[in-house]
Design a binder for this molecule. Structure first.
Ligand code: GDP
Length: 428
């Protein structure tokens, strides 16, 4: 069997939670392959809603196996809280969540280092969620991190205190005043709690499962935040593109099947970094309020703007996306005009200030980028109850068909509301 992949194609917050929840029913195994507890996948069912940070979205289905892969960095405290919140909904995560031994742990001092690093950067700050994710990945590549499997070792505490000492020296160097013992007890308790779960050799477990079951790999954040291909340095610390599935779970590239790419009908971005189609005006504010564009984890207002086709084409190219899913189409209802960026005029400082028209993402994060737009007529009809493509307003159909043509990938699902059922499956 193949492993299908679902990715956000923009800067995160594309509505992946709801879509993975929808897709998960077709997959008996769902995996997270990168990122940490900074993901905020919101799932709404009827009047209830739940935000998942670390646990794969298949957790709501009793018989689905949910694997936290080696590419993830796991904060045991966040994990425990999430499991306890699930318990209140009657879901016992110990029964259907398994964790790879090679998953790296986030320590309380990683969080402190995150804050110290951001403080040291001053105005140049990246806009980190301060969850310790960046420093944990730094320790992973620095070959001094500790992993979930280490919890089962006798000298686990010794390993913890050795790394803590190293962090204390770094914090001192950064002249960051803090108490490194805060949250230590809670963290050690949460590490002990992890032992209630099946801690596995994730790569063996998954490859064995793949022989007989369909597997879905669930991406967090978005392709434009990828450590290699995002707008560096304003990126996350992990591989958010399809290639990250192979290293983050231990599966071969030839095992990859479908690649679902999720994008919002417009764009949002949290934190600093380039955002060519950003709207710093009343239209942008209207998008923010109407789309409730405030971080699910942090509550931070998101930056908003029109859809950016060069960025989408780039994400599709890097991950080999085979089908597209558009979310939040309903939020565009009521706008008189809707714009889509088809290319950029770039003033590239790395090329001596050469001004050119392009549909490629410029290398430098500080060149001036002016989008070239195609304009569409809006619609007023409420589409949140529509379940059939034919019944959508003609203006929206034109908008969708244009995007599909430009991207040369079919749009298979259109999401028209926050609820689980607010979905149009497009028949080809
Ligand atoms: P994720 O991190 O990609 O999962 O994104 P979020 O969980 O932050 O999703 C953004 C928000 O949009 C959540 O509250 C979703 O329930 C909601 N949402 C998802 N799809 C739609 C949609 O089509 N329309 C509307 N109005 N809300 C949606």
């Amino acid at each position: 069997m193949k492993i299908d992949v679902v990715l956000g194609l923009q800067w995160g917050d594309e509505g992946k939670g709801k879509i993975v929840d929808l897709l998960a029913k077709k997959y008996p195994v769902v995996c997270r392959f990168q990122g940490g507890g900074n993901a905020g996948h919101s799932i709404h069912f009827g009047k209830q809603s739940f935000v998942l940070h670390l646990i794969p979205s298949g957790v709501f289905r009793k018989n689905t196996i949910n694997l936290i892969g080696n590419g993830v960095v796991l904060d045991p405290v966040i994990f425990k809280k999430e499991c306890e919140a699930l318990k209140k909904l009657g879901i016992d995560a110990t029964q259907n969540v398994i964790i790879s031994k090679k998953t790296h742990l986030i320590l309380p001092t990683h969080r402190l280092l995150d804050a110290a690093n951001e403080a040291a950067k001053g105005k140049e700050k990246i806009g980190s969620t301060l969850n310790g994710i960046g420093p944990a990945y730094t320790d992973k590549t620095g070959r001094c991190g500790i992993r979930v499997g280490d919890i089962l070792e006798r000298d686990f505490k010794k390993r913890y205190y050795t790394l803590k000492l190293k962090h204390e020296a770094l914090l001192k160097q950064l002249d960051y005043k803090c108490d490194t013992n805060t949250n230590e007890k809670e963290w050690l308790n949460a590490c002990a709690y992890l032992k209630k779960f099946r801690i596995v050799d994730g790569e063996y477990e998954l490859n064995a499962l793949l022989k007989r079951r369909r597997v879905l790999a669930e991406g967090a954040q978005g392709s434009m935040l990828d450590i290699d291909f995002g707008s560096y340095p304003f990126v996350t610390s992990s591989s958010t593109v399809c290639a990250g599935v192979c290293t983050g779970l231990g599966v071969a590239p030839s095992a990859i099947g479908k690649v679902y790419g999720i994008f919002k009908a417009y764009c949002t971005r949290v934190g600093s970094g380039p955002f060519p189609t950003e709207l710093n005006d009343a239209t942008g504010e209207h998008l923010r309020q109407k789309g409730n564009e405030f971080g699910a984890t942090t509550g931070r207002p998101r930056r908003t703007g029109w859809l950016d086709l060069p960025a989408l084409k780039y994400a599709i190219m890097i991950s080999g996306v085979t089908e597209l899913i558009m979310t939040k189409a309903d939020i565009l209802t009521g706008f008189k005009k809707i714009k889509v960026a088809t290319a950029y005029i770039v003033d590239d400082k790395t090329e001596g200030g050469k001004i050119k028209e392009t549909d490629q993402i410029p290398f430098s994060s500080d060149c001036t980028v002016k989008p070239l737009y195609k304009e569409f007529k809006g619609w007023d009809q409420n589409i949140s109850k529509v379940r059939n493509f034919k019944e959508l307003p003609q203006e929206l159909k034109d908008y969708i068909k244009f995007i599909e043509r430009e991207l040369s990938v079919p749009i298979k699902i259109i999401s028209v509301g926050a609820d689980r059922n607010a979905i149009i499956e497009v028949k080809s």
